[in-house]
Ligand binder design. Structure first.
Ligand SMILES: Nc1ncnc2c1ncn2[C@@H]1O[C@H](COP(=O)(O)OP(=O)(O)O)[C@@H](O)[C@H]1O
Ligand SMILES: [Mg+2]
Length: 371
């Protein structure tokens, strides 16, 4: 038995897993710039009615199909007439619309609908109603919202961890500096006193021992100062970001013998502490990598502030970096760079140049979102 085209159309309409409907107006409306659109929409919301719909459509509203027939837009959008009307207005203006809407099922529960809607016109160009094809995307939408939310939470967590780490470092640096530094200075003074005394009594063996101890004390003090500076780069506090970066780059070039191109164009005063210390740490990591891995002869450091963004680029002319090195699970240094950037709402791009060389580019918004 073969079905007629009409019955096939009927079958298609009835069986589709997408919701189909047509809502017609009691009388056609003139929709143009001369029209009083607010008044027309008020009228439409009371006088347009669900004319035909399929089972899939009824399922989206958790109601038996016959109960939907005759319903008006006002009844579908009792929970939010404002946005209902805004949707209708956009559809009437453009003649069609593809949109996602927050609606209510007939049992009152929220449903997220994605649909295409198309105006129906009479031969005089007046709107007589519209038809729609729509899907229930509540689950997908919720999953996407949850993902976005957890990403946001991760970002906040990363920022929080970063600031805790930095506070902790500052605290340890201060204690090392104040407590250990003071004690060492005291010990050194006492030793020097002892050395003078022993000298007077011509105890040359003990004097030598004292001199040796004093020398070792100096080494310890230098180590403490180095550790303190690494924990909390005092140059940052003393010099501000731009000068600290200049200092660090020159210091690095001096130690490694690499040629340095420096390009600093930044009025970096009054930048949040979280930004300056993150940028400084990232510079240190990028430079360390150049020394450790790149086998380079030059390094270029550029710091700029442009249209609300701070950018720091560290580029070398070394052997380059491979994709797997960039993503390797033990690339903790590079991962740390990314995490710091994300924590401040920014990003890091790592790339290998065409003729070798590696560049690390950091971008940070200057008004980072509060953690
Ligand atoms: N400037 C660079 N030039 C060449 N290779 C690099 C450079 N920076 C990083 N790499 C490569 O990427 C890897 C990951 O870097 P990183 O995460 O900082 O780890 P680590 O420095 O502890 O090895 C390095 O081991 C190295 O192989
Ligand atoms: Mg590293």
């Amino acid at each position: 038995m073969s079905l007629s085209p009409d019955s096939l159309r009927e079958l298609f309409f009835a069986q589709s897993i997408d919701g189909f409907f047509i809502m017609m107006l009691d009388e056609p409306i003139e929709w143009n710039d001369a029209a009083d659109k607010d008044a027309i929409l008020d009228h439409v919301f009371q006088h347009q009615r669900m004319t035909i719909a399929n089972e899939a459509y009824a399922r989206q509203y958790r109601v038996a199909l016959p109960e939907l027939i005759g319903k008006t837009p006002a009844e579908f959008f009792t929970h939010d007439l404002e946005s209902g009307k805004a949707g209708w207005r956009a559809m009437f203006d453009a003649g069609h619309i593809h949109t996602e809407t927050d609606e209510r099922r007939m049992d009152g529960t929220p449903v997220r609908i994605e649909g295409h809607y198309l105006c129906v016109y009479d031969d005089r160009g007046r709107i007589t109603g519209h038809l729609g094809i729509q899907r229930d995307i509540t689950d997908r939408h919720r999953a996407a919202e949850e993902t976005a939310q957890s990403r946001e939470e991760l970002r906040a967590l990363a920022a929080r961890l970063e600031s805790i780490r930095e506070e902790e470092r500052t605290r340890i640096a201060r204690e090392l500096h104040d407590e250990l530094g003071q004690s060492l200075t005291g010990l050194k003074l006492d030793l020097a006193w002892m050395e003078r005394r022993l000298n007077r009594h011509s105890q040359s063996e003990l004097v030598d021992r004292c001199a040796n101890l004093l020398g070792r004390m100096d080494d310890v003090m230098i180590s403490v100062r180095r550790i303190v500076t690494e924990l909390r780069p005092s140059v940052l506090d003393q010099l501000g970001l731009a000068d600290a970066i200049e200092w660090q780059s020159h210091d690095f070039a001096g130690r490694t013998g690499l040629a340095l191109d420096l390009d600093i164009d930044c009025d970096c005063n009054a930048m949040p502490d979280a930004v300056t210390s993150a940028v400084f740490r990232m510079l240190q990591e990028a430079l360390n990598n150049v020394a450790k891995h790149a086998n380079a002869t030059r390094v270029a450091v550029a710091l700029r502030v442009e249209s609300g963004y701070l950018s720091l680029d560290v580029t070398d002319d070394g052997r380059g970096i491979t994709q797997s090195e960039m993503r390797g699970s033990h690339s903790l240094g590079l991962l740390g760079l990314r995490e710091r950037a994300i924590a401040l709402g920014g990003s890091v791009t790592i790339a290998s140049g065409e003729r070798g060389g590696t560049s690390v580019a950091l971008q940070l918004p200057l008004r980072p979102k509060a953690p």
